[in-house]
Design a protein around this ligand. Structure first.
Ligand SMILES: [Zn+2]
Ligand SMILES: [Zn+2]
Length: 281
């Protein structure tokens, strides 16, 4: 592993709701001159093998990861897991259970949309995706939003979220979720390091502090495309105060119509020392 250079520790691929294949993310990371990239798809490890193979070919470190959606005090909290054993049967079974729950939630959202005059079926959503779902891939709100935009129900994905799909919007349906502490345990049991993702997004620092104190995660995502400089300063301080590894990444989901949702790959990075720290835990 190249111990010099930079790493983007938060990227999504077509294995969840990203637009680029796992191999593409690795190639883009390489083009941007990064030394490492993590694949952190929502509730699935399905993209990791392809990314590892591409990393091997291109001489860039691929960090096997996952981003698990959880819920605490009515807030959706994302938990990143790094250097998981992505073939661990128990972990895969657990993630599969989460994706099945997500499927039921999608149906609830479509039913809500129908009430609002947005006539969309799961088939429409799959058609808009333009291909079969691969094993381990998960559909989510971004896919529904894309189908809404394609059918003229919304101007674009952001508009569909703002008017229909975001938490608090009329078609939103909550998902039955595990707690963040359960996700920490799942990740540890699969040999990985649990990290609280993008704490600045939740608007609830008290809850994040509680999770740090009760769950003792291995790290906190200090640098993220949706964090302000003030967020990064504050969470950087917390990382020091609580002895947490300070991770960071773009949360890259691909580029659509010239703009990257969340941020461009490589837009937020950490030094390779952070990758070494995560690996050594
Ligand atoms: Zn997230
Ligand atoms: Zn993410």
């Amino acid at each position: 592993m190249n111990e010099q250079g930079l790493a983007d520790l938060h990227t999504h691929t077509t294995a969840s709701d990203g637009l680029n294949s796992p191999g593409d993310n690795v190639r883009i990371a390489r083009e941007k001159g990064l030394s490492a990239v993590a694949i952190t798809d929502h509730d699935t490890a399905a993209g990791i093998d392809e990314a590892l193979a591409a990393g091997e070919e291109l001489g860039i470190t691929v960090v096997p990861g996952v981003e698990i959606s959880t819920r605490a005090e009515d807030t959706e909290i994302h938990v990143l897991g790094y250097f998981i054993n992505h073939r661990d049967p128990l972990l895969l079974e657990r993630l599969q259970g989460l994706r099945e729950t997500r499927g039921r939630r999608n149906e609830a959202i479509l039913a809500n949309l129908q009430q609002l005059g947005v006539l969309l079926t799961m088939e429409d959503v799959l058609n808009e995706l333009g291909r079969e779902l691969k094993e381990g891939e998960s559909l989510g709100r971004p896919h529904i939003a894309a189908a809404m935009a394609a059918k003229g129900y919304a101007a674009d994905i952001r508009d569909a979220f703002n008017r229909y799909l975001a938490e608090g919007a009329p078609a939103y349906a909550p998902a039955a979720r595990i707690s963040p502490l359960e996700a920490f345990a799942w990740i540890r049991e699969a040999g990985g390091v649990p990290v609280i993702a993008h704490p600045g997004i939740y608007g609830n620092d008290d809850l994040v502090l509680k999770l740090i104190e009760s769950g003792r995660p291995g790290g906190i995502e200090v640098y993220h495309s949706d964090h302000s400089p003030e967020d990064e300063r504050r969470y950087g301080e917390w990382a020091e105060r609580f002895g947490l590894i300070a991770t960071g990444g773009s949360d890259y989901h691909g580029v659509r119509n010239g703009s990257a949702f969340h941020g461009d790959l490589g837009g937020r990075t950490v030094s390779m020392q952070v990758v070494c720290q995560l690996k050594e835990v």
